[in-house]
Design a protein around this ligand. Sequence first.
Ligand SMILES: [Zn+2]
Length: 410
Amino acid sequence: MLRVEGRIANHDREFDGAIEIDTDTGLIQSVGPCTGQSDLDLSGYIIFPGFGDIHIHAREDAGGSQTYKEDFTTISAAAIHGGVVQVADMPNNPVAPIDDASYSVKEQLTEKSAVTITLYAGIGPQTRPLNRHVPYKAFMGPSVGDLFFSSKQQLEDVIANYSGRNVSFHCEDPVILEANKHATLHELKRPASAEISATEFALYLIEKYELIGKLCHYSTRDGLPLIAAAKARGVKVTCEATPHHLFFDTTMITPENRQWLQMNPPLRGAEDRVALIAALKSGLVDYVATDHAPHTLDEKMAGASGVPHLDTLGAFATWLMAEHNFSTADIARVFSYNPGRFVREFLPGNLGNGFGSIEPGYVGSLTVLDPKKPYLVTRESVKTKCGWSPFEGYTLPGSVRYTVIRGRVY
Ligand SMILES: [Zn+2]
């Protein structure tokens, strides 16, 4: 049994309480009043339900050709360092999980990880739904990997087979990307219009084929009203935002950091960033999800798109609290509760009610933040195998004090 007491922040209330976690089952056994008896001194800290990150790229597959930059062991270390207890891994591997057999092979590789890993299955031009119940990811246009479509009709023809399934979309219209491929700067090659056009099409597919839809790493202000309107008319769609689109914008790009800050979709203008923060706070954007994309420093110098974030996610949450007045309930909603709801139906049966709330029957995994101890991000401090962070040199206002995984304290 692990017993901890302190200030507890769920998505619907904040209170002083004691949590008892059964270390055999890994589940929360009780939540009750404080008695002064605790296995850890958590005074001054905030205890959140363990954070979930439902969009990462851990790079490990059956072929192992990309494990020089990350694998399911190092991703777990980076996640725990950042206060993250469960992640969902994207399928754009060289050996992609696209059917029952390839999905099971990849799933076995995740067993060495301390954090719980849910796998997306890929949707590509030749794929069909799995027999198992899993979440899917569709890449509309070329990004990183081979799973993408060259036309909207080709995508719709395939999506028609996935009616009723849980499908996440990377929204960049391949036709607009193609038309802008000779532009001078990365953000001009992949303009906001590509995301907006793809959003319209993704919402059309989600509605027509009654998908449980999700829009990944959302970045443009002008697309947000489309999502709001779809939600208002009952379309089952949710939406992610990344730390980089919430923290950085194109006014912060310099010749020195330009290559580090390259990702797909690219950074947008300051007005987009401000709108995204407001949408996250209001609930229009449902999750902070990192799109953790570990590339080596050499690969970044050679133009690879994507940035790593797992190590810094807990500290990033304290930045939203300190700089943008996010309440502890807001933080619990977008980092814990909503990500927990997303993965719940895909989890193995021994994880009780799953992740996202500090209540009996939920997984006994916690993220304990110290909102007052700053974290100066350095290359040496991160656990991701790729060994760098886009936040290097920045001081985030708070830090992760403990990560608890199913009753075990890290
Ligand atoms: Zn991604």
